[in-house]
Ligand binder design. Sequence first.
Ligand code: BYC
Length: 312
Amino acid sequence: MTEIESKLLEFQDRIDRDERIEAKDWMPEEYRRSLIRQIGQHAHSEIVGMLPEGNWITRAPNLRRKAILLSKVQDEAGHGLYLYSAAETLGIDRDTMIDELHSGKAKYSSIFNYPTISWADMGAIGWLVDGAAIVNQVALCRTSFGPYARAMVRICKEESFHQRQGYEIMLDLCKGSSDQKAMAQDALNRWWWPSLMMFGPSDKDSPNTAQSMAWRIKRFTNDELRQKFVDMTVPQAEILGIKIPDDKLKWNEERRHYDFDEINWEEFYSVVKGNGPCNRQRIEARKKAHEQGQWVRDAALAYAEKRSKKIA
Ligand code: BYC
């Protein structure tokens, strides 16, 4: 057996014993690359994900709602920063990751390429988008790479508040006037299918799942998590008294799960390739924010240099 083969065996044994892999441990190059790819995409999703909601901070209907939305969007910035830091422990630097986002080389979640056109969208995003994120992220708290798993524990606590604030907005709208209830229904109609797409391609078309499951980067497949989300969310829609836009949605007693219609995969791949309703606008907004923040980075670097000279 060659040295690399025995290292690979030992690595897989550690994974199978459910040990956490830490940044300085030996790891296969492919494991490192796959994590940088996934954590990087996850960080970018948090940062780009601030844009659709940021759009409503100045238009929130009252001070309470405004304060809550503002802190939610700030939490998302924080999540992005924990995740960039977790990725940096694998040997990539933040500037490279940000360049990859701006050049279109790195992906971010498809969900953030849809527009937010009414206040009810803030409810639907919290309820459905953060709800889907929790289902995915609770599983990631047990991912095999230590820094990613630890970042997820903290993120999940905050996501749970995000989901509840969204559901509360939906509850208020659904208990309100018929116009308000119609707004909530319209938001559900537009966000339902894109939320199901967040879990990624179906297992048979997912190139990364098999290896990521073997390395316990992923603990459940895309389809398993999507099913969990549907099963959890249908009763919540029933409490709201609004209808999920899927005529095939039906409880299957034998499977003990809801059956649901096929996702429009053409739409999913088109959005992932950069042709969704807001892809261009999102990347432009990120580039502009980055350019306008140059002076902050310069000032922070100059200050750090001054301090290090003082200490020396
Ligand atoms: N959108 O082999 P697959 C949030 C890509 S933000 C775009 O199944 P994998 C929030 C995938 O990257 C939460 N691309 O991949 C923030 C891969 O491309 P490459 C975001 C997608 O990695 C603000 C290719 O398709 N959550 O909560 O095994 C406000 C094939 O897919 C998507 C995360 O990032 C998509 N939806 O599984 C509110 C969770 N799906 O790289 C809320 C962490 C797939 O091979 N990430 N692709 O070219 C994951 O759990 C996994 O990476 C995924 C995909 C389940 C997303």
